[in-house]
Design a protein around this ligand. Structure first.
Ligand SMILES: Cc1cc2nc3c(=O)[nH]c(=O)nc-3n(C[C@H](O)[C@H](O)[C@H](O)COP(=O)(O)OP(=O)(O)OC[C@H]3O[C@@H](n4cnc5c(N)ncnc54)[C@H](O)[C@@H]3O)c2cc1C
Length: 386
């Protein structure tokens, strides 16, 4: 067991840190305030390989392990969790497409997506099917050489601005086994995008509902086989959960760094804040919890990399733990800033608003507990998860 980063991992970390410092940090507050989706910056991230970090090299990705991808995402999120989180969703959808599409579809979209020239959305949630995603009702009916899509999706990150949608839709009967996945060009006739949601955070990326009304796509755009869609969606989400957890770790690191600096700068009662033991202890707990969260996320990533049978449980554990602990770390960092933490001149309130949704999406933290406890109560589970 080696907990040190390799030279290559350090190199990725440094290039992500430089990119975050130069291309994200100076603009993050403005993008948040004006609701700007920074496509050019995402494209620039693509030039460094950050839009296809773990997608196959055959289609332009870097083919990296999830652990390495997590190291990159963490650095981006320390400056701008919202834009970093969109980049992670794009990576997830790009991986799903390039791993499961027929060669001609992967050959078309793969290089465009991994380079960041085109962007992808992940479309699972529906107005009536959130946590219970297996009950989704959007249909895809085979009609000759085309599938015809009807139904609606809710809360889709990037929708309206992305070029291809990875859509889960029902081709068979009720339940998860009746679901298939498709690569759907975003400008397909019959697709309409809802209004841009007004959100608490994640303001540098649009979130919209999508309606499909007799939207026709080539039958060859099916990902995998009919009935594979839910499995493809859940496999994507295992990695997605590591990614979102990583965005929380990054945001918490950004907040902790700010708090450390501020404790030296700010004076009250004739002393710097760094001299108050109550705040020293707070800082110690924040650092401890942040390191615990990071290690849990890296453990889950290494489980995914080695295709361990309990990967799914570890991804759920990591997502639950890291998004909860890191939200608290950010909140404590805000508290250390006093009133200044609450105003926009400092990044704390933005980091807090951005990180809050990580406890909700890619499966809520209650659903993470459902996944973990279900496995723990299986007959052969005693001693397995330890
Ligand atoms: C900003 C944003 C971006 C998003 N981006 C995407 C995207 O790109 N693609 C996509 O497909 N989806 C996306 N989502 C949707 C997100 O994944 C869902 O919101 C989430 O899965 C929860 O579904 P829901 O909102 O319908 O809540 P519900 O499922 O209605 O849950 C409501 C509450 O009940 C709890 N609950 C539900 N079932 C159980 C249970 N069995 N046991 C205990 N508690 C339970 C939940 O934890 C929650 O607290 C996004 C959401 C947001 C807010």
């Amino acid at each position: 067991m080696d907990f040190e980063l390799s030279e290559d991992q350090r190199a990725f970390q440094h290039s992500a840190r430089d990119f975050a410092a130069n291309e994200l940090a100076p603009h993050a507050a403005g993008w948040d305030e004006h609701g700007t989706f920074p496509k050019d910056t995402i494209r620039a991230a693509g030039e460094l390989g950050f839009c296809g970090l773990y997608s196959p090299e055959q289609w332009g990705g870097l083919g990296l392990p999830r652990l390495d991808a997590a190291i990159v995402f963490e650095e981006l999120a320390a400056a701008d969790p919202s834009t970093a989180a969109f980049i992670t969703i794009h990576n997830m959808a790009t991986w799903m497409l390039t791993m499961n599409a027929r060669d001609e579809v992967a050959a078309h979209w793969g290089p465009l997506l991994t380079s960041g020239e085109k962007l992808a959305s992940y479309c699972l949630t529906e107005p009536g099917a959130g946590s219970d995603a297996g009950s989704l009702r959007t249909t895809a009916r085979l009609d000759g050489a085309e599938y015809v899509l009807n139904g609606s999706k809710a809360f889709i990150s990037g929708a309206g601005e992305t070029d291809v949608l990875v859509v889960m839709a029902r081709t068979g009967g009720a339940g998860a086994s009746g679901i298939s996945a498709f690569a759907v060009p975003g400008d397909t006739p019959g697709i309409t995008y809802g209004r841009k949601e007004q959100k608490m955070g994640w303001n540098s990326q649009p979130t919209r509902g999508i309606t499909f009304e007799n939207a026709r796509i080539p039958a060859g755009n099916l990902l995998g086989n009919e009935g594979d869609g839910f499995k493809i969606a859940m496999k994507g989400l295992d990695g997605g959960r590591i990614n979102i957890a990583t965005c929380s770790v990054g945001a918490a690191q950004g907040a902790l760094n700010a708090a450390q600096r501020y404790m030296h700068e700010r004076k009250q009662f004739g002393k710097s804040l760094a001299q108050f033991q109550a705040l020293q202890f707070k800082l110690a707990d924040m650092a401890t919890e942040l390191v615990a969260a990071r290690q849990m996320v890296r453990l889950a990533a290494s489980k995914l990399d080695s295709a361990a049978p309990d990967t799914n449980v570890y991804c759920a554990m990591a997502k639950r733990l890291a998004t909860d602990l890191c939200f608290n770390v950010i909140n404590e960092a805000l508290q250390i800033h006093g009133g200044y933490g609450y105003i926009r001149e400092y990044p704390l309130e933005r980091l807090l608003r951005d990180a809050r949704v990580h406890q909700i999406l890619e499966g809520t933290n209650e659903v993470m507990r459902v996944i973990i406890s279900r496995r723990m109560l299986e007959e052969d589970a005693l001693d397995r998860i330890r």
